[in-house]
Ligand binder design. Sequence first.
Ligand code: ADE
Ligand code: ZN
Length: 326
Amino acid sequence: SDVPANPATPPCAELHLHIEGTLEPDLVFALAERNGIELPDRDIAGLRSRYAFTDLQSFLDLYYENMAVLRTPADFAEMTRAYLTRARAAGVRHAEIMFDPQAHLARGVPLATSVEGIASVLRASEAEFGISTGLIAAFLRDRPATEALEVLEDLLAMDAPIIGIGLDSAEVGNPPSGFTAVYDRARRAGLHLVAHAGEEGPPSYIADALDDLGVERIDHGIRCLDDPALVARLAAEQIPLTVCPLSNVRLRAVPSLVEHPLRRLLEAGVVVTINSDDPAYFGGYVDDNLHAVREVHKLTDDELAALAANSFRASFLDGDRRDALL
Ligand code: ADE
Ligand code: ZN
């Protein structure tokens, strides 16, 4: 039971994963049926035909639409359980999992429903799946920062089991600088800090996430390559990037996997980790991402092992569990 699906895929940590992005089409239909929700598509094939994305926004539209089937704590729990089951087969031993509380609040789902549904499964994950976990509340950068701050206060007041905060959704035109108060509050609460930056947005958003928000890791960050001085800084300061190759191709952040800058980042000395982002939407889980880059970029076993080691080092794990996995 300790053997991953493909023995050539080393055990790793997954650090960039949106739990709502693990909602597979069959689960969308099953939850819709259970909750009496009418879906726009007649069947799974119809839904799948809408997975041809042209940019981040075209994906986000469907990602938020499909969330409508998540109504009860049991729905969130079932989605989380399905991810952990698949992640275990992918060789994941530790997962830092984002969720979008505002996306659920905006459609009338209370904070306690999403938090408790997800957390109830995460609590048993290490014993049940051999995967230690941390939950990260991601705030939507295309909604007001005042709202994000209110939700953060509510999460703190309810003592939600979160280890950190993140920043996601539509990037261009929504720079990190608008969210300094949210990150200052999270820092005072002792939370870890991450943010999406440089996925579609300019390299300046990466620098601003570091300087204005004080993040410890950058989600995506691939556009740092447009600014050589920034690449040198990321390498010098050993700021991890949680890179998501299949996501980048599907959302056309890069033209193709061959042209993906993974190797250029590694050669520049940047701490790169490989992750799946929204695996139900982008054609694969973390093992699929690792297989794809290994084949296309001719990665050696040593290079794959280095990526896996980076994933544990870039994680927020500490203590005995960290020592055991490293
Ligand atoms: N929300 C879910 N996945 C995302 C991504 N790749 N970028 C921005 N926001 C997201
Ligand atoms: Zn993401």
